[in-house]
Design a protein around this ligand. Sequence first.
Ligand code: BG6
Length: 488
Amino acid sequence: NTVEPCDFVIFGTKGDLARRKLLPSLYQLEKASLVHRDTKIIGVARNEMSNGEYVALVKENIEKFSGQSLCEDTWARFSAKLDYVCLDMQDSLAYEGFKEHVDAKRTMVCYLATPPSIYGAICKGLNDAGIIDPTMRVVLEKPIGHDLASSKVINNQVAEYFRENQIYRIDHYLGKETVLNLIALRFANSIFATNWDHNCIDHVQISVSESVGIEGRWGYFDEAGQMRDMVQNHLLQILTLIAMEPPTTLDADSIRDEKLKVLKSLRPINSSNVGEKTVRGQYTGGFVKGKEVPGYLDEPDANQKSETETFVALKVELDNWRWAGVPFYLRTGKRMPTKVSEIVIYFKPQPHNLFKDSFAKLPPNKLTIRLQPDEGVEITVMNKVPGLTGSSSMNLQKSKLNLSFSETFADERIADAYEKLLLEVMIGNQALFVRRDEIEQAWTWVDSIIKAWESSNEPPEPYQAGTWGPVASIALMARDNRAWYESK
Ligand code: BG6
């Protein structure tokens, strides 16, 4: 896998994503000498700007969002690769002028960091100017649609000009070190590979809590809600990596075929069971990390009648052989006490309790995979407390086998998800990108839940900012005699 020289074009280079993530990530790749010396990085936006002004702007953004001052050598190499094109991206005639900035000898990568509503226009413009060739790659940012029907429209527009093996749909969670590690953990360790099913696992919890609110994105967020913003993509992608069968190889389609099978096995949630299996919440004013924050309806630009959810909890069941009878509980929300993403696998209890004198019920073994922050893997086991007690009155204690990434891999920097994904695009490996059928299957399942919510006419349950969500989410677990894992 080598990085080829490419024309890396960022459509929407002045937008939030490009400024916060794409340009700083490309800079880090340059620092790690992973960008080919003949690569060009071309920013496209509507504003008139000279190349010099663009370079200064990129510098300012990288310093701001990477939080570090730039290394002179790296910046010199990186800035020499930058180019800027002022273009009305919706005007297909304007692309003629764009042609002179790219070179057919290099692979072209087009990153569409624009609203999806103009993906079609950009593809058409490139096509009309005769720029598209079979080696070209196009990267699509989420949201790819609002539901199944609108995602099909966007995918069809792009598919008019690009084949599926040229399309890289980003879900940045797939670039997170710890999410990728799920594949290593499961398939490089027989201890997990052989205990990973309904015989050994009681249930699984996936929690992605955020302390931030909607960060000034009312327009986008209120249309989407937490279900579309986080569950349809990130949480379902995590779930597929936990639940999928071993792929035949690590190549893109082997992995994606297995993920798709998981999505197809999700038991539908609809009007008949939505009340029992789902909880939606919306935050009210409160305190997060000691700071007072407004409620969702009091955010700038808010529509005070909005019934959009900022929290979702779900009981998800998979109708397949491996996971029969093993619920996956998903929980994600904004304005929760802290930012933490965790997967907790609860193993089944021992068939017989030898220690009932000290423990009426032995606590289950738990495998906790901390995705962020403080990345790590932890196993909770029962251990004898050292001492003179014999076998008849053994004193046991819940203890932890703890693998902390920051200690074990102290010399390794944990790269931002976008760094890894941009590198994969430049290499041309689609394994960490979402295939069209996966997106459509995920929408099919999510649409049914959203439709059931709409027809129930129940508003989301309020929860105070700085708490773990509405009371109903505790009840969702309590009905099954279970409780949410308490993050540290
Ligand atoms: C984005 C969502 O996809 O993921 C945001 O649009 C959310 O609303 C973000 O805050 C969370 O990503 P991370 O990497 O900070 O967990």
